[in-house]
Design a protein around this ligand. Structure first.
Ligand SMILES: Nc1ncnc2c1ncn2[C@@H]1O[C@H](COP(=O)(O)OP(=O)(O)OP(=O)(O)O)[C@@H](O)[C@H]1O
Ligand SMILES: [Mg+2]
Length: 274
């Protein structure tokens, strides 16, 4: 109990970079999100999970204003979307980076051109500077310099994810949204990607909102986890909070057979009892 009080006080003192309140989103007669609340704090990696079709991508797209909402408020990096001027909205957008679940890169553009796309859209920089910046980002995400002039079809899945991350980081965002960034990668590639994200959090102070089904990612790099279910955030907290949660879906997800193997080897906190 004392711990819970302390934790809630800590959360209040933390700098909130994304605050969603009472969000309702639907398509026709179908309600996907219903009065959803969510907070994301500066400098954390938030892992966002939920069953397939629960609405994780819809939430991310709504937060990015790519989908309309029926009700609710979204405050992002200290600004309420509904209250900002057009100029403020553009400057806000430059501080957000996104890696979408589908269509991570434009296939007709090279890696360098993909990374420069947001620069072209939002900044007015000479080509030589954009080239230097693109090369910096390529290095930052651990790609070889020769990846710059390759087309997505010439890259492996893991390289595409890294290149897409480089594009998400093109404008030095404060907050990045990653929708299943490690899906389709082998476990070693996925672990390397996770290490990279953690490194960016530690060195750049980046806040990361990561939708993922990858239990390894959730257990190894996420500072906090939020679970989407029943059209809202069912539970939000640390991995220990997830392990203590009695919701049946959360229980199966975090204490099921697959999860148990990871928890046991990583944390030595066996949950064999259930
Ligand atoms: N543009 C749209 N028009 C109508 N329905 C949509 C639209 N986009 C999403 N949906 C519906 O909203 C629900 C949530 O979809 P969403 O893509 O957010 O799921 P998800 O949690 O991201 O799943 P996954 O883990 O498989 O990626 C689904 O039932 C989907 O069919
Ligand atoms: Mg999705």
């Amino acid at each position: 109990m004392m711990e819970a009080v302390a934790a809630s006080r800590d959360n209040q003192e933390r700098d909130t970079v994304l605050s969603v309140r009472g969000l309702t989103v639907g398509f026709g007669s179908k309600i996907v999100l219903d009065k959803l609340d969510l907070d994301v704090y500066r400098g954390e990696i938030l892992g966002f999970v939920g069953a397939s079709g629960a609405g994780k991508s819809v939430l991310m797209r709504t937060v990015l204003r790519l989908l309309p909402r029926r009700a609710g408020t979204i405050s992002i990096l200290g600004a309420d979307y509904d209250q900002v001027t057009d100029a403020e909205r553009i400057s806000l957008d430059t501080r957000l980076g996104v890696l979408f679940q589908q269509g991570a890169l434009f296939s007709s553009l090279t890696v360098k051109e993909n990374i420069q796309l947001p620069m072209r859209e939002y900044l007015d920089l000479p080509q030589w500077l954009m080239d230097e910046l693109a090369h910096l980002k390529i290095k930052l995400v651990g790609l070889q310099p020769d990846a710059a002039d390759k087309y997505p079809s010439e890259l492996s899945g893991g390289m595409i994810k890294r290149a897409a991350l480089a594009r998400a980081l093109a404008l030095d965002p404060a907050l990045v949204f990653l929708d299943e960034p490690t899906s389709g990668l082998d476990p070693i590639g996925a672990a390397e990607f996770d290490d990279l994200i953690a490194q960016l959090r530690d060195t750049l102070g980046l806040t990361v909102y990561m939708v993922t089904h990858d239990l390894d990612s959730l257990f190894s790099v996420c500072d906090r986890i939020a679970v989407l279910g029943e059209k809202r955030v069912l539970v939000e907290g640390t991995l220990d909070d997830m392990l203590a949660c009695d919701d049946p879906w959360v229980k199966t997800y975090f204490r099921g057979k697959r999860a148990r193997m990871i928890v046991r080897s990583d944390r030595q906190s066996p949950t064999e009892s259930d």
